[in-house]
Design a protein around this ligand. Sequence first.
Ligand SMILES: [Zn+2]
Length: 59
Amino acid sequence: MSEENREREPMNPGDEVPPGTVYSGEDLCPECSGSGEKDGEECPNCGGTGKVTEPVGGA
Ligand SMILES: [Zn+2]
């Protein structure tokens, strides 16, 4: 239960796995193409970061 104290970044809707997951990596958000904006507003898919966290490698 000691893992509970780890700091975590909030997940965005476009994140497929929680940040900090071992086999994960950041990729450009497909909704805003990495700009962080969509239709002139903060992209809801990536929370304005322009990046989403995805699993890397086979599972
Ligand atoms: Zn986005």
